[in-house]
Design a protein around this ligand. Structure first.
Ligand code: DI6
Ligand code: FE
Length: 399
């Protein structure tokens, strides 16, 4: 069988099927950046590859997928962090004109080149841990030009590095000061002007909103989702992060790719998500950094069979985090996810949360050959350590 590169003498976690798809004596074969075989050596067809790479028993997993980030932004919020250490709350800071709106001001003042330059070190930190696909949201421009500039910067990051970038339009992230007191007016502008323009330019792969007391109501979110549907774009939602607005049920009703955060999700919300195909994307970095104490309803999600993804939520306000390995550790320690759930959450189910299950997330024939090769003895080590990176090699699209 034809293949140009073969990785052999490996242990493989294909992440295909239900669990981790563990293969003790495995190999991966690829042709033109696409997997032609991944599985047991004993069952592999005969290959005559140009390139044979011996893995000395190292573990191969799918390249990791960070399915929720705000990687593109200017400035930082270290000063607000200090204010929160002194007792100010995130909502108080946001209502006083800090928070998302302060990052908006810095981002509006930055050129596209500056946004790319600011984001690259964050992207490189993710890549250094085996990330091969990253989702990047807009949402700090909050005007048409600013949102478009952010999305162009996000797309450019995918040209600057060997990584796949999925972009998400998050125009309804916060109310810009020009629209103070007129949230409906802003939402109408996003739905009628900004979103169609972003879609026309092909800059977004999905549409997101922040459904929250300090964000937008369920009705306003529905308005955005209708516009997304009209533009042919899938939706996802920041839901139930700080309070229960019943956003996850709305998202599930729109067959959203994912509902994200979910700390305040109740039983009715879980029931609405069950069977909808909408992934629960959990963001333990934000939970940790906000010193949240209300856990997302993990056991109820599990029992309802809702797929669970994990992501960094990398953003300057609530999760200045660029380690998907640490996210897995937090998922296990804070949310009591199993090792398998953590690994599935940054591979198979993260792909699902991006609508990319047909291309990435597992090691199976016809998927992209995105691999992470690890210097470990057991997959649990990827979840167990904190601040240690056992990545040996990262392969993107076969190279
Ligand atoms: N929820 C979050 O955690 C981030 N956005 C959102 O809707 C926070 C973004 C920020 O504070 O800059
Ligand atoms: Fe977020």
């Amino acid at each position: 069988m034809r293949c140009d590169t073969l990785w052999k003498d490996a242990r493989v976690a294909t992440m295909a099927g239900d669990g981790m798809g563990i293969v003790e004596r495995g190999l991966v074969a690829a042709s033109d950046g696409v997997i032609v075989y991944a599985g047991p050596e004993a069952e592999a067809p005969a290959f005559d590859p140009a390139d044979i790479i011996g893995c000395d028993g190292r573990w191969i997993t799918p390249g990791l997928i960070d399915c929720h980030t705000h990687l593109v932004h200017a400035g930082d919020r270290a000063r607000e962090f200090e204010m929160r250490l002194d007792g100010a709350s995130y909502e108080e800071i946001a209502r006083a004109g800090g928070g998302i709106v302060s990052t908006m001001a810095a981002t509006r003042a930055a050129s596209e080149d500056e946004l790319v330059a600011a984001a690259l070190p964050r992207l490189d930190a993710l890549i250094a841990e085996g990330v091969t696909t990253v989702e990047i949201k807009s949402g700090y421009g909050l005007d048409t030009a600013g949102e478009i500039r952010m999305l162009r910067a996000a797309r450019r990051l995918g040209d600057e590095r060997r990584v796949r970038v999925a972009t998400t339009f998050l125009g309804a992230h916060a109310l810009p000061p020009e629209y103070a007191g007129d949230a409906d007016g802003y939402v109408a502008m996003v739905a009628d002007t900004m979103l169609p323009e972003v879609a026309r330019l092909g800059l977004a792969d999905a549409v997101d909103a922040f459904c929250e007391g300090i964000g937008f109501t369920v009705q306003q979110t529905a308005r955005i989702f209708d516009a997304a549907k009209h533009a042919g774009l899938p939706v996802k939602l920041h839901a139930e992060q700080l309070s229960n607005q019943h956003g996850a049920a709305l998202a599930a009703g729109y067959a959203a790719l994912s509902a994200d955060h979910l700390e305040h999700l109740d039983d009715a919300g879980v029931a609405a998500m069950a069977g909808s195909g909408t992934v629960a994307t959990l963001l333990p970095g934000a939970y940790y950094f906000m010193r949240e104490t209300k856990l997302p309803p993990i056991e109820a999600l599990r029992r309802a069979g809702v797929p669970i993804a994990l992501a960094t939520d990398c953003n300057p306000g609530t999760s200045p985090l660029t380690s998907l390995l640490l996210v897995m550790n937090m998922g296990a320690t804070l949310f009591r996810l199993t090792v398998a759930e953590c690994l599935v959450g940054v591979t198979r189910d993260a792909a699902r949360a991006l609508g990319l299950s047909d291309q990435i997330g597992t090691l199976e024939a016809r998927k992209r050959c995105d691999l992470a090769i690890w210097d470990i003895e057991h997959p649990a080590e990827l979840v167990y350590r904190m601040g240690y990176n056992p990545l040996h090699t990262r392969i993107w699209s076969g190279r």
